[in-house]
Design a protein around this ligand. Sequence first.
Ligand code: SAM
Length: 470
Amino acid sequence: MYDVKSMCADDFINDDEIRDTLAYADAHKADVELIDQIIEKAKLRKGLTHREASVLLACELPDKLAEVYELAEQIKLDFYGNRIVIFAPLYLSNYCVNGCVYCPYHMKNKHIARKKLTQEEVAREVIALQDMGHKRLAIEAGEDPVNNPIEYILDCINTIYSIKHKNGAIRRVNVNIAATTVENYRRLKDAGIGTYILFQETYHKESYLKLHPTGPKHDYNYHTEAMDRAMEGGIDDVGLGVLFGLELYRYEFAGLLMHAEHLEAVHGVGPHTISMPRVKHADDIDPNAFDNSISDEIFAKLCALIRIAVPYTGMIISTRESQDVREKLLRLGISQVSGASRTSVGGYCEEERPHDTEQFDVSDQRTLDEVVCWLMDMGYIPSFCTACYREGRTGDRFMQLCKSKQIQNCCHPNALMTLDEYLEDYASPHTREVGRALIQKEIPTIPSQKVQQIVRENLDKIKQGSRDFR
Ligand code: SAM
């Protein structure tokens, strides 16, 4: 039975309900009256149910889809403005005891070099990331209770937060590690993490069991219920994601939205972010081996529909995707991008991009300076802001800010000031020039005159060496 409030994965990601939803969506995919009603509801900016959104996903009527894309763009602007948050992944260890068939870190892979950073190496990686200008990281590790126990992850988080170098400081560490216990989530919370991110990979249980044939990750329910344990452990901000390409995208889409509905129903707050990864080529992994790969067009449609179904949830696109794809998706809903990422353990300290410990191929290989300038050329404000979580605006407090559209008044000035710090400390002369002009253009768009004045004063202070205004 479908029970959104049940704490058992089989109930809140209910296979019968998903199949029924897909049949309903197929039956109504050209039902103009219903589609119009759903679009009208989406315009209220309060989101859509998995059933309603699935009808729009099934719909192929060009004029209706044009309306959906237009609405997604508008909702993105309403809730997130033109700011794009920047981050980088930091790979700590590729030791892994799981058997995930799409991931080169799987235990049986003997050609990949296994590596785990020492704390000195973590510090060197952090300095390299700070020297680019990064302020926000997502730490990544394989699952290995012997090589990467929770104590190791906690040590790494402490090291990351402790390194101050020139004007650099990592101000927010998000964590993407395997599903764990409530107690361990509590320890992560106490260590001051930002978002806990865990990709579901696939919501289709039967496929999940085949794609994760061995290791602790084989346990579908334990994995799917991880966010409930994380929230029970006090982590307010959790990040969902499906690895598109593994299973049929319509099934995944319904499952993803059901998961978001479950978190909202049980914990009073939906996912802080939804990531949009697609399977990529990697050592001993051929993405063509997964016959559910999706076209760029379907990928864009999914992005637009997630945007309107959960308007207040941040959306993330990584460097798995090319500049072109990222450009298209930014318009339709993405609010966070990674930049200058290296998916190898210790990769940031190497002169050349290393491939021997890499998790997957990176399509967008530009420098952070190039990514920042590219965003600004398109009219976006690259934001290095981490103020919300450091001011305790997490979970439902952040969602309230977002739902009431106050994110605009609060985040816009912070984005401009952190961008200015970046320009001052790290940017190339060209990027600095483009950025300073953009900041001057954006200040008058801050609703409050008083806040405009504060921003101007703080920009002067940044020139004189002050940093980190909140
Ligand atoms: N070990 C943790 C876990 O099991 O969730 C964390 C992280 S893993 C370093 C991060 C994510 O990379 C995985 O959740 C998976 O979705 C993604 N990934 C693995 N192999 C990939 C591939 N070939 N292409 C694209 N993404 C991949």
